[in-house]
Design a protein around this ligand. Structure first.
Ligand code: 13P
Length: 255
């Protein structure tokens, strides 16, 4: 059994003060490893709150991640943030290719591929690569094809060293922030498909030892138990329901 990981993505929903207040509540709830029930907990706040949030989390079991990274290591790239900066700020995780960035900033899987390579080649940060289909793709029965294609574009030609860890988040776009939850059995099937596509690229040993496949999209404290019995789900990526410490705590307990 892989250690389950539950990741909070605070998106751009909190200002700095609110982020730090919530960080304090998280640090209290997850004061030590025992409070997490043996699960790994990570929070991805806005970049501007990263350093201070990291200090707040330091005595607790909460780890910190970023919501994005640029694919070049350094240079004239106004407004971007490098993997070295994230590592300096104490990040252990970074989200790559979130569908909101694909939608609003026109990011594509070629960019996700470059980001993934930079993170793996130049840092010890664990990438959290997002994949997921739109409603249109789902309804036209192209879901499996779309997901496999996203994985191949992102991971094709990438080398994973034996000590490296990777997380894939399956986040169907139609389920993000909509309250429309995937049927758990459906999520389980998609995770199997993702697993198989990754095995094709890296082999079963690497996937079983170094990859975790997590689910994201309208998970909350009421529906989390639906995901707890599924064999292929190694954790959760939580948006809206991570904005209240008590709700997130219940999700961690419930998975
Ligand atoms: P919601 O949990 O708000 O649906 O967001 C999911 C998500 O996008 C996490 O990255």
């Amino acid at each position: 059994m892989k250690q389950k990981i539950i990741i909070a993505n605070w998106k751009m929903k909190l200002n700095i003060k609110e982020s730090l207040e919530l960080a304090r509540e998280y640090a209290q709830k997850f004061a030590d490893e025992a409070a997490t029930g043996g699960k790994e907990i990570a929070v991805c706040p806005a970049n501007i709150a990263l350093r201070e949030a990291k200090d707040i989390f330091a005595p607790s079991a909460v780890k910190i991640g970023a919501q994005n990274v640029f694919w070049e290591e350094q240079g004239a790239f106004t407004g971007e943030i490098s993997v070295t900066m994230l590592e300096e700020a104490g990040c252990q995780y970074v989200i790559i290719g979130h569908s909101e960035r694909r939608q609003y900033l026109l990011e594509n899987y070629e960019m996700a591929h470059l980001k993934l390579k930079t993170v793996l080649d130049h840092s010890n940060i664990i990438p959290i690569v997002c994949v997921g289909e739109s409603l249109k793709e789902k309804e036209s029965d192209r879901r499996d094809y779309v997901i496999i294609d996203q994985i191949q574009q992102t991971f094709g030609g990438v080398q994973i060293l034996s000590q490296q860890q990777v997380i894939i988040a399956y986040e169907p776009i139609w389920a993000i922030g909509t309250g429309q939850v995937i049927k758990p059995a459906d999520a389980d099937t998609m995770h199997e498909i993702i697993h198989a596509a990754l095995v094709d690229l890296f082999g079963i040993d690497v996937i079983n030892k170094q990859f975790r496949i997590i689910y994201g999209g309208s998970v909350d404290s009421a529906n989390v138990s639906d995901f707890s019995q599924l064999d292929n789900i190694d954790g959760l990526l939580v948006g809206g329901a991570s904005l209240k410490a008590e709700d997130f705590y219940k999700i961690v307990k419930g998975i």
